[in-house]
Write a protein that binds this ligand. Structure first.
Ligand code: PLP
Length: 405
């Protein structure tokens, strides 16, 4: 990767090991920004949930990206990494009062309201903190993103966003609220969306709503068309940033407000691989199990969504005949399976495999299940320097917040 031998990294830093290419992150950030050129003005707010590692946020901060955060913890990370508060939006269906206070105190760009109760809570906080709070309304556009049911968010029966039927009334009522200033609209239809049509439908609806509110005199400053752009894990043919951007720009037209997006996955997915060592091979019935030292605690997507990740040998094998194998981790769950009936040249114990496309929702969803320390992360910087951006956890880390009786 970027001229560095992954086999050497696995020897030096151990496995399981996440390795990320900074060059790939920068290329994605620049492609996303370029795709929006032509709108009055634009801002890419990286969805921190996809990968919240500080060095990754720092890399994006350096490219001028903002952030979309969904918790106080993500806000803390984004600020720590140097993303300016005025480029941060805060989404989420159940923000706590503490989190709202932190976001207000930080003076972020806007709190994106998803439940009507938030209006009352924010009004009280505005009084208490003696500030006017910039807010946006997150609309549920009722668009079918045609993606995995677990990652669709913009349909009428999802928990996300405000019902579109109440929207104009809610916006106009908000305008009378002296303590909150309604400056934006946002929507997000789902994740790993691989066709342009749902984006088109959502963008046309959102831009129309924005025009309606501007006509009513609501001083909107931005429309946020969300994230969700899919990536190529296997056979998918997702749109590229430029195609996505041109659909959004066409719908946005000459609206005199900023065009925002909040992509996560598409900015980071292909920047990282997970290196894992084969610990054993086992034949059970008709199946051949390749047991590796990474588990579902390190990368949960295959277990959680049945997600596909490319998996390959890091070193070329002499024997290149491929057979169907089950690639499984060491965890006591049958779902601890990275791939089933995958064609692979049969590895030997000690071989290193690379699981590809793990930059998004990989380390961010990692856990300590089975009391396994979370893996280390390496960044290959532009220029080829190798940096440890997350140290491998120790057993002491596992019990750091616990107390013996
Ligand atoms: C509100 C919101 N914005 C942005 C994203 C990022 O989506 P993706 O990583 O698919 O681009 C998500 C993810 O589910 C989300 O819920």
């Amino acid at each position: 990767m970027d001229g560095i031998r992954l086999g050497d990294l696995s020897e030096q830093y151990g496995t399981p090991l996440y390795v990320t290419s900074q060059q790939t992150l920068i290329h994605a950030a620049q492609s996303a920004q370029q795709a929006l050129i032509g709108a009055t003005s634009s801002l890419v707010c990286y969805a921190v949930k996809a990968n919240p590692t500080l060095a990754i946020l720092q890399t994006f901060a350096g490219q001028g990206l903002g952030a979309d955060v969904t918790s106080g913890g993500e806000l803390f990370r984004a600020l720590k990494a140097g993303i300016p508060a005025e480029k941060i939006v805060f989404s989420g269906v159940g923000k706590s009062i503490t989190e709202l206070r932190e976001a207000i105190a930080a003076r972020i760009l806007a709190i994106q309201i998803e439940v009507e109760e938030e209006i009352d809570i924010l009004s009280k906080l505005a009084d208490e903190m003696k500030v006017s709070i910039p807010v946006a309304l997150r609309v549920n556009p009722q668009v079918d993103a045609q993606t995995h049911p677990s990652i669709t968010t913009g349909m009428a029966e999802n928990k996300f966003g405000l019902s579109k039927d109440h929207l104009p009334d809610l916006a106009i009522a908000l305008q009378q609220n002296a303590r909150l200033s309604l400056i934006g609209l946002s929507a997000h239809i789902g994740s790993q969306v691989t066709s342009l049509e749902p984006f088109h439908q959502c963008a046309v609806y959102m831009a129309g709503l924005a025009r309606q509110l501007l006509d009513f005199g609501v001083p909107l400053e931005y429309v946020n068309y969300g994230g969700g752009l899919g990536v190529k894990y296997g056979d998918e043919q997702p749109p590229i940033f430029a195609e996505w951007g041109s659909v959004l720009r066409a719908a946005h037209g000459d609206l005199p407000v900023r065009l925002l997006v909040e992509p996560g996955r598409s900015l980071v997915a292909d920047a990282s691989v997970l290196l894992t060592r084969v610990t054993g091979i086992k034949r059970m019935g008709k199946k051949t199990f390749v047991i590796v030292d990474a588990g579902m605690n390190d990368l949960i997507r295959p277990a959680l969504y049945g997600a596909y990740h490319p998996i390959s040998h890091v070193l070329q094998r002499e024997d290149t005949v491929e057979i169907a194998v089950e690639i499984v981790g060491p965890i006591c769950e049958t779902t601890d399976t990275f791939a089933s009936e995958r064609m692979l040249a049969l590895p030997r114990a000690g071989d290193i495999l690379a699981v590809g496309m793990v930059g998004a929702y990989g380390i961010s969803m990692a856990s300590n299940y089975n009391s396994r320390p979370r893996p280390a992360e390496i960044l290959i910087e532009v220029g080829g320097e190798v940096k440890i951006i997350r140290t491998r956890e120790t057993y002491a880390d596992l019990i750091h917040h616990e107390n013996l009786l």
